[in-house]
Ligand binder design. Sequence first.
Ligand SMILES: [Zn+2]
Length: 434
Amino acid sequence: MLKRTLTHPSLIGFLITLGSLLAIGFFFIGDDPDPQEFEPSRSEVMAALEATDFHNALIPPLAPPPDWDQYTLQPGDRLSQLWQDEWHLPVSTLYQLLDGEGARFLNRIHPGQYIEWLASRDGQLLSLRIWRNRAEGVEWQRQDRGFSFNELSTQREIRLLRLEGTLNGILANSLSSMPEIAGQEGAIAAALDRHLPLRRDARDGDTFSLLIEQEWLSDDPTPYSTRLLAFDYQGERMQIRAARHLQDGRFYTPEGVSLIPPFSRTPLRKRFRISSHFNLNRYHPITGRRTPHHGTDFATPTGTLVVAPADGRILRGRYHAFGGNYLVIDHGQGYTTRYLHLSGFLVNQGENVKRGQPIARTGNTGRSTGPHLHYELHINGRPIDAMKVELPSVERLRGEDLDNFKQLSQQLFLGLDLQQPLDELALQLPQHGN
Ligand SMILES: [Zn+2]
């Protein structure tokens, strides 16, 4: 009798323990099916736990690590305006540079000068270079405290490459047998992939040709930069050719039609109060730690329809412990949007969506303090304030801009079609810093 009363509770205890182990196992499997994507460090977890409304910090961006951005100064450009509105860099950093060594180079910029910069994922300037001509420039580099300043001197050479291939599995594989671009297949495939509309229509056996610009510095065995200038894609379901507009960096068809779809300002049909704004420099009131808010929060009742702000493809729809039910749309051309804390999805992963199409309902899932929609816009892998950025609305180039684009793109297409030798073409293209 005594023995029985002892075994019963311990057996029940064992069953409860087994049950909770199974529940924990199930919770983890169901919660985060792709642990590689979400591997927050301990400090990140602590930061997120400390800050109940800093809910987006743990969901990493989707795009590859930030790359150098380039810009050629145009007549009428004002550095402070470009800095904030076009390049999305903190204006406080510009003031910091204007206060230090090398300020005279920033004060004396002029049209035609070539500027390049590297920013971190959260939009902080890491390096800035201003080229006086192709061989000489100046450079600022972020250090532990402030920026270092250096003069640069080098020989820069532009070479053009034309590649052609047949799609076989993923794009990078289709490029892997080309010795001219050894080691850069991934970057070139990513560039083409980014600029192809309706990638879902790509099929094995499709053919493509690419015009690629490589910049070489003297004494350097690998190219300093590689970028796609034009492409022609002939597929079973998709035939398209496009060229880069050298001023805005975007791709347009030969007729000047942008490959970027037009965007609505918000992904909601009605106006809702913004409960938290985009803020890269937000500090946690207690810890003093920088905890940027990479999106805009709309105070929406649970169940409010979320609509696609632009045409795109559903890249992901999943659950995450902090983001709750979340959805990612790839709009192509480096534009992605994300929606957090949803109560339900109205679309499936891989589905193509049109602007204005309902995609989900808002909710309060994940680490959220009340029903709302957290909405993010990323351009080339960096979170951007979707309420302030100039959104793509012009679907085609016009006037002088169109004339300039046509003049240049016609040359690029001649190169792409092998109707002009590439070394000749390289000399005719507008050169950086000249
Ligand atoms: Zn938010």
